[in-house]
Every structure is written in structure tokens, then in C-alpha cells.
Design a protein around this ligand. Structure first.
Ligand code: PLP
Length: 377
């Protein structure tokens, strides 16, 4: 196996992959309607449920061909009964995306907005649920990847259930990294994409959720032809296949990535991501960078860093300097603050972060940015 040039991706997915996962895509051509391929997907789907400790009698996973946003679209448009309302607990860019999905489908919804650097106020969430008995679906994001804040999903889920609503959580940037227990965390549906925590490739996304609730959604309005949860579930139940062409090579890579996931182990993997995250924070602190989210609220996967007030600071120039040397840094996603992000996803470790900060320091010097960096306020 010829080694492939290794890039350290500090963007929030796709993430750095192992060569074994890269090479798992190189397989003999196969028609995905063959039984052989169907049995691969069956094992894959079960493993995806096991990652969140779901009981296979009660939970299932449904695969889609698309990037992670397809999951949010599918869950919201498929799980809302006629005449009912969605509540989005929104403190960042990814929950805002769910609000836009409601708008595009013309679904009745409440956009319960909180500042991007604060956790949702649970009393307000409860007040809204109490006052709006027609809310049938509550949605939020686990780790708001735009800022790196960790939301209290277990508590929000308990409230959703207290008022009889289904709880969908965008776990795209925590799944297969930060341990999740679907039942204990009060999640009915969670989701992710193979290119994030699983450290595989784009094109494969999946929703993991409660089978009885999917069955129940058989009666709900069908608002999309391609992106409907029940229709895809039903097709899998009847045939073991995806309704339309699956991302064949991405599925082979995901199967290899799962083998590597079980070999590393849930706990050891989370310890590694945490080690990477600490190394990122230590490097930023040493250079004097300020972050958006206070330390105790960080999900441990994304650092959202405020641009210093230095006339020589140029994200583009620093990005390009690092990129040419194999390190990718990423712009922020907050409308009113200029930020960039460093993420602890992927097949990387502490030593990669040490190497990164050497290059990053050189990039700052190359641009003439004063170190430690300065802020005017
Ligand atoms: C990455 C991500 C998504 C999916 O984004 P795509 O660009 O569609 O892959 C959705 N939600 C969260 C929280 C994410 O981090």
C-alpha cells in the first residue's frame, strides 16, 4: 500500500482519514443491487446504531446519499404530523439551518433563539412547550459546530418528552467522538455523516432513530420525494437496499472506518480527541488568542477563535501559509464576530497539533503579527 500524502485537517469535517480507510474505496466494481452489497449495508446499519448504544429492537439507522444537511432536512420534513408545529432551540448556525428548512417547506415553527455564546435557557424552552401544545417536534444541535458550544440535549429531550414531542438532535459533529447514549440522552433521532467523527468519506449520511416513531410517520404528509424518512426506511425493510443509488465507495470506506472505530474503542477515541482539543487550546492560550465560548461550555471538539486586533492579521494569508505546509484552518460561522476555527476531529493526535503550532507561529511572524496577539478591548 503506497502511503498517501497526509494533510492535517483542522476544519470541522471532512476530517483527516487513515490510509486504510482511503484504500478501502478501491474495490472491484459491483452493482449495489447485489445481495453481497446488501449484506454489507445491513452490518453497517447495525453498527451505526451500536455507536450510540441503541437497542437494535427499538432503534434503526437509515442511510442517505448526501452531505450531513440531508439528515436535518429528512428529519424535519418527515416527522411532523399535519397541523403540528416544530420548535427549534437555536443558538447557532446549524440550528438556524433547521429553521431555514422549516421555512422552505412552509412548516409551522417557532424559532427559539438564544445568543450564540450561551446555552439555551431551559425555563424558556419549557415555557414555550407549555404555551404551544401543538408542538410535535423539538429540534436542536448537540455541538454547535459554528462556535463549539455543547448544548444540554438530555435536559431539552426530557422537556420535549414531558410535553409529548419527538426530539431530533443534530449530532453531526459529536457522533462517534463524544460518547452518546441515544436512550439515556432522551434522543429519538440523531444523525451524522461518514466524513466527520467516523473519519471516512463524504456522500454517506445517516439518521438513527426510534423504529416505532418512523412507523407512525407513515401517515404524516410526504413533503419530499427524495428526502423522506419513512419511504427510505420502508424500502430498506422490504429490500435491504437504498431506494436510489447508494454512495458505493463511501460505504466501503465507512465499513473500514467502523472496524477502526471498534479497534480504537469509544473511550480511547474520546480521550484522544480531548487530548487534541487540549493541545489546541494550550497553543492558542500561549499565543494570547481569545475564544468565543467559555471553557466550561465547550463541547471539546471545536475552538472558535476571535481575530486579534492587529493590522497585519490576515486569515487568508495565514490560511495559505499553513495550507501549503499540510495544515488546514477554517473560517468562522458567526455573523457579528470575525472568527476562525480549529477542530479536533479526525485521525490526528497531539503531535500533529504541536507541529501545527510551529507552522502557525511561523505564519504569524511571516505576516508580521505581534505575538502574543493583541486585542483592543
Ligand atoms: C457538518 C455539519 C452538518 C452537515 O453539513 P454538510 O455541509 O451538509 O455536510 C450538519 N450539522 C452539523 C452540526 C455539522 O457540524
Amino acid at each position: 500500500m503506497k502511503p498517501i500524502r497526509r494533510n492535517v485537517l483542522l476544519n470541522p469535517g471532512p476530517s483527516t482519514t487513515t490510509d486504510t480507510v482511503k484504500y478501502a474505496q478501491v474495490v472491484p466494481d459491483i452493482c449495489p443491487r447485489e445481495k453481497e452489497f446488501g449484506s454489507l449495508m445491513k452490518g453497517l446499519r447495525e453498527d451505526l446504531v451500536r455507536i450510540v448504544h441503541g437497542d437494535l429492537e427499538k432503534y434503526t439507522s437509515i442511510l442517505f446519499c448526501g452531505s450531513g444537511t440531508i439528515n436535518i432536512d429528512v428529519c424535519i420534513n418527515s416527522l411532523l404530523p399535519e397541523g403540528k408545529k416544530v420548535l427549534v432551540v437555536n443558538n447557532g448556525a446549524y440550528s438556524a439551518r433547521a429553521v431555514e428548512i422549516c421555512q422552505y417547506y412552509g412548516l409551522p415553527h417557532i424559532n427559539l433563539q438564544f445568543p450564540v455564546d450561551e446555552r439555551p435557557d431551559l425555563e424558556k424552552v419549557e415555557e414555550i412547550l407549555k404555551d404551544n401544545t401543538d408542538i410535535a417536534l423539538v429540534h436542536t444541535t448537540h455541538n454547535e459546530t459554528g462556535t463549539g458550544i455543547l448544548n444540554p440535549i438530555r435536559e431539552i429531550g426530557a422537556l420535549a418528552h414531558k410535553y409529548g414531542a419527538v426530539f431530533t438532535v443534530d449530532t453531526t459533529s459529536t457522533y462517534a467522538m463524544r460518547p452518546i447514549n441515544i436512550e439515556k440522552d432522551n434522543i429519538d433521532f440523531c444523525m451524522a455523516s461518514a466524513q466527520k467523527g467516523l473519519m471516512a468519506f463524504t456522500g454517506l449520511s445517516f439518521v438513527i432513530g426510534n423504529k416505532a416513531m418512523i412507523e407512525k410517520s407513515r401517515e404524516y404528509p410526504k413533503r419530499s420525494y427524495y428526502c423522506n424518512l419513512f419511504l427510505q426506511y420502508d424500502y430498506f425493510e422490504k429490500t435491504g437496499e437504498m431506494h436510489f443509488t447508494p454512495p458505493v465507495q463511501s460505504i466501503y470506506a465507512a465499513i473500514q472506518a467502523l472496524k477502526e472505530y471498534w479497534a480504537e474503542g469509544e473511550e480511547a477515541k474520546w480521550v484522544r480527541h480531548t487530548r487534541v482539543f487540549h493541545a489546541i487550546n494550550a497553543g492558542l492560550d500561549e499565543l494570547g488568542f481569545k475564544q468565543v465560548i467559555r471553557p466550561e461550555w465547550r463541547a471539546g471538539l471545536v475552538s472558535s477563535v476571535i481575530y486579534p486586533d492587529d493590522p497585519n492579521w490576515s486569515f487568508e494569508k495565514i490560511h495559505d501559509y499553513c495550507y501549503e505546509r499540510g495544515f488546514t484552518i477554517y473560517p468562522g460561522k458567526i455573523s457579528n464576530t470575525n472568527t476562525f476555527r480549529l477542530c479536533a476531529l479526525g485521525s490526528i493526535d497531539e503531535c500533529d497539533i504541536k507541529d501545527f503550532f510551529e507552522v502557525f507561529r511561523e505564519a504569524l511572524a511571516f505576516c508580521g503579527v505581534t505575538v502574543p496577539v493583541k486585542y483592543s478591548i
